[in-house]
Design a protein around this ligand. Structure first.
Ligand SMILES: C[N+](C)(C)CCCC[C@H](N)C(=O)O
Ligand SMILES: O=C(O)CCC(=O)C(=O)O
Ligand SMILES: [Fe+2]
Length: 421
């Protein structure tokens, strides 16, 4: 009987650690019968609130809104929103975190309606609303995505019939801008139509949603196949799918393309959702996904053409994921610009090549390729942290203009319009 109970308890402790507790009441019952004197659970007066909490020596445990949460006491002291600890006008912390005793424990804890009160040894009181704690707890965040997305292959994207936004409504209405940004955030690409085919109008568009990120290519760039710069982009050659500026420590967030002129054949643009491909790798061979997200690589840009002398190096894995929820946020994929691999030992190198091959196979599946012909008047925005681009070789005179945008500022605009980003 005792053994049975003990193993039962061990299972439940494991579940607790994994945050998989479903029936709290039952647990409590078993805990209590096992250690009748040692456990002090606190229930709310009102049964309907369904909140249970417990003061452990090194953390505070709370069950509320179907979530089991654990909070460190320093964390609870550090996030105090009282007037002396937090300036609610500037939304900045006033408390000096280094002044908090790392072994701090509350003197008392009490719940009133939906507010928890922590009284600290020096008498300071911190109040937390239960909903605030759920929203801001690790356990709550772990189950959420930062950025909702619709991953696509060619068919999914075409079936979705994502509408383009008109130049005028993009520039003049918040609704037009919001629709555009919503689609851009969901799919990682979006189009604006009826744009006058000039560099100035393209610049206006860019400035409506973000700050232009000036780089070694200039602020607004404008290029033809004249090899004015030491890069294949400035030729008529085909370019396989890639993301740009992988050789920056922070690759450019967004790329804007506007084809101002093309008198000739070919030159179609290829778009591939890198996150869709990565997701296939995750499902088929999870350990390869893991490797691609852990092995650091260098990308490099070395240019010595005419007056242009540049040497850029960027370091980072191919796949970048948030550690707490495994959500992808950045893919760095450019086989042209990938530098010598000298950051990992030979056996890891071999496994990395295998994983890179799996990802490449997914990226190259014809059903994942979206081909579009850029035309004067139709501006394409590409999420350079997610969607790969390439182009078909071409003949004749082709003029492309565009720019890079800073990602933070695109997301800032999106959030101000009420979008989740
Ligand atoms: C022409 N334009 C300025 C747009 C881009 C040139 C950058 C090309 C480089 N290989 C890369 O992929 O980053
Ligand atoms: O010429 C094109 O369509 C795109 C070239 C390219 O990859 C780039 O400019 O980043
Ligand atoms: Fe490119």
């Amino acid at each position: 009987m005792w053994c049975h109970r003990l193993s039962h308890l061990q299972i439940r402790l494991q579940d607790l650690l994994r945050g998989r507790v479903t029936c709290w009441a039952l647990q409590q019952l078993n805990f209590r019968s096992l250690f009748p004197l040692a456990i002090h659970w606190h229930h709310t007066a009102s049964k309907s609130l369904n909140c249970v909490w417990r003061q452990h020596t090194d953390h505070f445990e709370l069950q509320y809104a179907n979530t089991v949460m654990r909070f460190d006491y320093v964390w609870l002291r550090d996030h105090c929103r009282s007037a002396s600890c937090y300036n609610s006008k500037t939304h900045q912390r006033s408390l000096d975190t280094a002044s908090v005793d790392l072994c701090i424990q509350p003197k008392t804890i009490r719940l009133d309606e939906t507010t928890l009160f922590f009284t600290w040894p020096d008498g300071h009181v911190t109040r937390y609303d239960l909903d605030w704690l759920v929203k801001n707890s690790y356990e709550g965040q772990k189950q959420k995505v930062i950025q909702p997305r619709i991953l696509w292959n060619a068919e999914i994207y075409q079936q979705a019939q994502v509408p383009s936004v008109d130049f005028q409504s993009f520039l003049e209405t918040n609704e037009g801008l919001k629709n555009f940004l919503q689609n851009f955030l969901l799919y990682g690409i979006a189009f604006v139509e009826n744009v006058p085919p000039t560099q100035e109008h393209t610049e206006k568009l860019a400035e409506r949603i973000s700050l232009i990120r000036e780089t070694i290519y200039g602020r607004m760039w404008y290029f033809t196949s004249d090899f004015s710069r030491g890069d294949t982009a400035y030729t008529k050659l085909a370019l396989d799918r890639h993301t740009d500026t992988t050789y920056f420590q922070e690759p450019c967030g967004i790329q804007v393309f506007h084809c101002l002129k093309h008198e000739g054949t070919g030159g179609r643009t290829l778009l591939v959702d890198g996150f869709y491909a990565a997701e296939q790798v995750l499902q088929k061979v999870p350990e390869e996904f893991e490797l691609l997200s852990q092995v650091p690589l260098k990308h490099e840009y070395i240019e010595n053409v005419g007056e242009c002398h540049n040497h850029m190096i960027g370091v980072g894995p191919v796949l970048n994921v948030y550690p707490w929820n495994k959500e992808l946020y950045l893919i760095r994929y450019n086989n042209y610009d990938r530098a010598v691999i000298n950051t990992v030992p030979y056996d890891v190198v071999h496994r990395w090549y295998t994983a890179h091959r799996t990802l490449t196979i997914e990226l190259r599946r014809p059903e994942n390729e979206l081909w579009v012909k850029l035309k004067p008047g139709r501006v394409l925005f590409v999420d350079n942290w997610r969607v790969l681009h390439g182009r078909e070789s071409f003949t004749g005179y082709r003029q492309l203009c565009g720019c890079y945008l800073t990602r933070d500022d695109v997301l800032n605009t999106a959030r101000l319009l009420g979008l989740q980003a």
